[in-house]
Design a protein around this ligand. Structure first.
Ligand code: NAP
Ligand code: ZN
Length: 357
């Protein structure tokens, strides 16, 4: 057993011990439930491509891997214990946890609800530390999580929760830029890459009334793209397919996880159009100035979302019946899920059932 306290909450998880290691059962202790904390019995945890990047130490400069690593930041479960001063949750409520579980609460970003940009550095849900900078954090590939109630989300969805878990990262990461760039009726939106984030981007943009085109390397995903709400599907492997789309999009969301050239997509923007990059490949992008200058094109980025906007997104999804399309797996299939995600063979999010872990 690894942990800093003698008491605490015995937790069963699944950890990787190195960039090429396989996942193994890993028992550890989470902290005792403090006055402002809740204990969540995790039901489902999504498998985000960021889990794969970190487990394989593909972001050594920005988020170096620390092992043993228990990934997982798309977490839903039932509140099983509440601290004495908790007001937001009661026993039996459904709660969610996303990519971070604490922040300084005093800096400008924290005060304005974009805690992911905490100037002291927020406490990541895994592969990081609590704000004490000592206690290591372990993620949602586990059966319990203890967190401050202010960093947990209220989940009002009823029924099967497996499709709700991915909203905690894939949902908010796509919702936030769509809102920031006023995507809605009359707007033409391109979504590059139809994976976990991409399929949420399509569902959300379509629900907001936009005309959505999927730009994909996988011809076989066309029927799904249409079923998810896209009006148009274009295979990007043949460059000539992109020519008719030049100057046609108000907004493009690039969700691709692998190294790729952004310039062909910038060329598809209308005058004053913007492309937002949310995918985080290893290799830096190379952008000639004219890709931006010609057409007044904007290139922007977006990172998850703060607690208030994540709650807004969950409430929006509950009101509009939006969940992720998921393939539920048992924890012994994490390797297979990683392999298939790397091959773009995910329809459209693997979610681990942690209830019998
Ligand atoms: P995913 O499920 O693996 O989807 C990525 C999609 O990219 C694939 O399904 C595939 O779609 C496309 N793709 C893969 N390889 C490609 C290649 N060589 N060339 C072109 N397209 C390719 O991954 P995800 O979980 O959605 O995550 C996507 C990226 O976003 C990752 O880099 C992840 O780390 C990042 N992310 C960022 C944030 C943020 O806050 N900014 C949050 C979460 C995740 P097609 O088959 O349709 O081509
Ligand atoms: Zn994620």
């Amino acid at each position: 057993m690894i942990g800093t306290e003698k008491a605490g909450t015995a937790t069963k998880g699944y950890a990787t011990h190195g960039p090429d290691a396989k996942f193994e059962p890993f028992n550890f202790i989470r902290r005792d439930v403090g006055p402002n904390d809740i204990l969540i019995d995790i039901q489902y945890c999504g498998v985000c491509h960021s889990d794969i990047h970190q487990a394989k130490n593909e972001w050594p400069d920005t988020m170096p891997a620390t092992y043993p690593m228990v990934p997982g930041h798309e977490i839903v479960g039932r509140v099983a214990q509440v601290g004495g001063e908790v007001t937001k949750f009661k026993l039996g409520d459904t709660a969610g946890i996303g990519c971070f579980i604490d922040s300084c609460r005093e800096c400008e970003p924290c005060k304005s609800g974009v805690e992911q940009f905490c100037q002291k550095g927020c406490a990541m849900t895994y592969n990081g530390t609590e704000m004490d900078r000592v206690t290591r954090t372990y993620g949602g590939y586990s059966n319990k999580y203890v967190t401050d109630e202010n960093y947990a989300l209220k989940v009002n969805a009823t029924g099967d929760l497996s499709g709700v878990a991915p909203l905690l990262c894939a949902g908010i990461t796509t919702y936030s830029p769509l809102r920031r760039f006023n995507v809605g009726p009359g707007k033409r939106v391109g979504v590059v890459g139809l994976g976990g984030l991409g399929h949420m981007g399509v569902k959300l943009a379509a629900s907001m009334g936009a005309d959505v085109t999927v730009l994909s390397t996988s011809p076989g995903k066309e029927p799904d793209a249409k079923a998810l709400g896209a009006n148009n599907f274009v295979v990007t492997r043949e460059p000539e397919n992109l020519a008719p789309l030049a100057w046609s999009f108000d907004f493009i969301l690039d969700t691709v996880s692998a190294d790729h050239d952004l310039n062909p997509y910038l060329g598809l923007l209308k005058i004053n159009g913007t492309m937002v990059v949310v995918g985080a490949p290893k290799k830096p992008a190379e952008i000639p100035a004219f890709s931006l200058i010609w057409g007044n094109h904007g290139l922007a980025g977006s990172a998850i979302g703060g607690i208030p906007e994540t709650q807004e997104m969950l409430d929006y999804c509950a009101a509009n019946n939006i969940t992720a399309d998921v393939e539920v797996i048992t924890p012994d299939r994490i390797e297979e899920a990683y392999d298939r995600t790397l091959k773009s063979d995910v329809r459209y999010r693997f979610v681990i059932d942690m209830q019998n872990a």
